[in-house]
Design a protein. Structure first.
Length: 162
């Protein structure tokens, strides 16, 4: 026989099983004024009125099991889910579309790392964009290198307000 739990569950009336003596008791409690109520033993077989469950016949119990949820409209069926049944094989185009959706979701996740705060982003981006812009304007007649243009455009994307 296993031992009862250290923190026994209590019934609606407050009766619990004492883990040391395995008797049913109402555990001691503290009153508002600070005094302590004694632990009360409960006679074997006694069930207080609070713990007595309502009698339900077999037909009544079956009706409770088959009852519709509250607010249910008779004849209404929920719309079918967007995901296809796993038992049905997907068509060629459906497989291709699923791969596209997965790739698109992965691309969105990998786009930008999450910043710790907005303040860091606001402080760094304009300074970096301004310094790179100055580097591009120093060479008046020459075309800027492609790396500088890409880095400048990426910084400008960060500055866009959405």
């Amino acid at each position: 026989m296993s031992l009862p739990p250290i923190d026994p569950t209590t019934s609606a009336s407050g009766i619990a099983v004492d883990p040391q003596t395995l008797e049913r008791v109402i555990p001691e409690s503290r009153r508002l004024d600070g005094s302590v109520r004694k632990q009360l033993k409960i006679r074997p077989g006694f069930t207080p009125q609070e713990d007595v469950r309502r009698f339900r016949g077999t037909k009544q119990a079956q009706m409770d099991v088959n009852a519709l949820p509250k607010g249910h409209i008779i004849g209404w069926t929920p719309p079918p889910s967007k995901e296809a049944d796993p038992s049905k094989p997907l068509s060629k185009s459906a497989k291709k579309n699923a791969k596209r959706r997965e790739k698109k979701a992965n691309d969105k996740k990998d786009d930008e790392p999450v910043k710790d705060s907005w303040e860091e982003d606001a402080d760094e981006a304009p300074v970096a964009a301004a310094t790179q812009k100055d580097e591009l304007t120093t060479n008046n007649n020459e075309a800027p290198p492609p790396d500088a243009v890409e880095s400048l455009s990426s910084n400008m994307k960060k500055l866009d307000v959405r």
